[in-house]
Structures are given as structure tokens and as C-alpha cells.
Design a protein around this ligand. Structure first.
Ligand code: DX5
Ligand code: ZN
Length: 220
């Protein structure tokens, strides 16, 4: 049986009026990472969380901050999010002309480097950077909003990504993001995912429900 996945609640689905408390509450409820969705209103049709907010939230939890950058161009923002306390910085290949350079820069800044692929983006873009990543994130919805439905073809893509990482013995985390819930979490793990991002499925029901919601995703 595969190991339980890392659960990375997306604070996009949390109560924005109480963000610090929400971050502390998911840590106490058993979250492994805090997933921060950064949107610029240009690369994706929504605007969310700037580096000052990440900096303000960082003291509220000890677990890693996993910052998913939906921003173009992305390079000018790497340093600010790293300084704000990001442990993982994850970028879309479409968000700059030099993916390899961007990944190198993230590691130079002392962070772990992630690449995220949209549902329509093929795994082949990774061919020459797969050794330079610590995290591969597969989008199971088109980025921009929480609460969308899981795109089933993500599971086949995940199996192929698993094979690609295993072929070179890569220890990279394989993460899925979008529409993940207890009902499809086991299928994601069977397809080779080692980390699951979940917004709606973690934050539904309010703080009293977070521990059970996280346990349901882990144990599914
Ligand atoms: C979408 C974001 C996701 C999303 C997850 O652009 O990257 O992290 O908000 O939310 P749910 O789990 O509600 O689909
Ligand atoms: Zn995300």
C-alpha cells in the first residue's frame, strides 16, 4: 500500500478575514504543508495573495509554505516570496521564457523548485529540467479558482509522471491540485501522487471539521 500523501490545504478556500488563525488551525489539524495560491489577474483571471501577506502569515505555522505562483512574468517575484518565507516555489513553464534559469534561480535563493503543468500542458516540457525539480505539480483543474471539478485525465498523466520520475530515480514530490476530495484522493495516490492540494475539501465545515477533513484525505 502506498504511503499516506502529504496534505497541502489551499488557503484560497479559507476565511480571508482570519487568515492567520486559519493557517494555525490547519497545522493543528494535521496539515503537512500550507499551499498558497498566488494569482496576478493576468496569467490567470483572479487576483489573490501578495508577498506581504505571506510574510505576515509565516509566523503562524511551522510547516512548509508551498507557494504556487500563477504570475507572468514570474522571475521578478521569486525573491520577494522567498524572503516572505516560501519553502517551495512552484512555477508554470508558460510564465517565463527560460524555465531552466527560473528553476536554478529558485534553488539559488535556497528554496525548493517546483514546476506546475496545466491540464493542457504536456509532460514533455519537463524533458530537460526533470533533474532540476524538487516538486512536480499537476493541475487537475484550469487554474484561477477553487471549487472546480477534477479533470479525470489527470490520473493518466500522473501515472506517466510517476514513471518519468522513477526512471531517473527522482525524489521529487508529485502533487495534484484542483477538485481533490476524499472520493478521488485514493485514485490520485494509486496513480503515484505523493502530495494532494485541497481547498474546498479541507475548509468545508469550518475549523471544527479540519482534522476530520484532512484525515479523510490522508486515509482515503
Ligand atoms: C486553482 C488553485 C488550487 C485550488 C484548489 O488555481 O491552484 O489550489 O484553489 O482548490 P479546490 O480544492 O477547491 O479545487
Ligand atoms: Zn494551487
Amino acid at each position: 500500500m502506498p504511503a499516506a500523501p502529504l496534505i497541502c490545504p489551499s488557503i484560497l478556500a479559507s476565511d480571508f478575514a482570519r487568515l492567520g488563525e486559519e493557517v494555525a488551525a490547519i497545522e493543528a489539524a494535521g496539515a503537512d504543508w500550507v499551499h498558497v495560491d498566488v494569482m496576478d489577474g493576468h496569467f490567470v483571471p483572479n487576483i489573490t495573495i501578495g508577498p506581504e501577506i505571506v510574510k505576515a502569515l509565516r509566523p503562524h505555522a511551522r510547516i512548509p509554505f508551498d507557494v504556487h505562483l500563477m504570475v507572468a512574468p514570474v522571475d521578478p517575484w521569486l525573491e520577494a516570496y522567498r524572503e516572505a518565507g516560501a519553502d517551495y516555489l512552484t512555477v508554470h513553464p508558460e510564465s517565463g521564457p527560460h524555465l531552466h534559469r527560473t528553476l536554478r534561480r529558485i534553488r539559488e535563493l535556497g528554496a525548493r523548485a517546483g514546476v506546475v503543468l496545466n491540464p493542457g500542458t504536456p509532460l514533455s516540457v519537463l524533458e530537460w529540467v526533470v533533474e532540476d525539480i524538487d516538486l512536480l505539480l499537476l493541475m487537475s483543474v484550469n487554474p484561477g479558482f477553487g471549487g472546480q471539478s477534477f479533470i479525470p485525465s489527470t490520473l493518466r498523466k500522473c501515472e506517466q509522471a510517476r514513471a518519468m520520475l522513477d526512471r531517473i530515480g527522482s525524489p521529487a514530490v508529485l502533487q495534484i491540485d484542483g477538485g481533490v476530495k476524499a472520493e478521488n484522493a485514493a485514485a490520485c495516490v494509486s496513480a503515484g501522487a505523493t502530495a494532494l492540494v485541497a481547498g474546498t475539501a479541507v475548509f468545508k465545515g469550518g475549523p471544527d471539521a479540519y482534522a476530520a477533513n484532512i484525515a479523510a484525505l490522508k486515509g482515503a
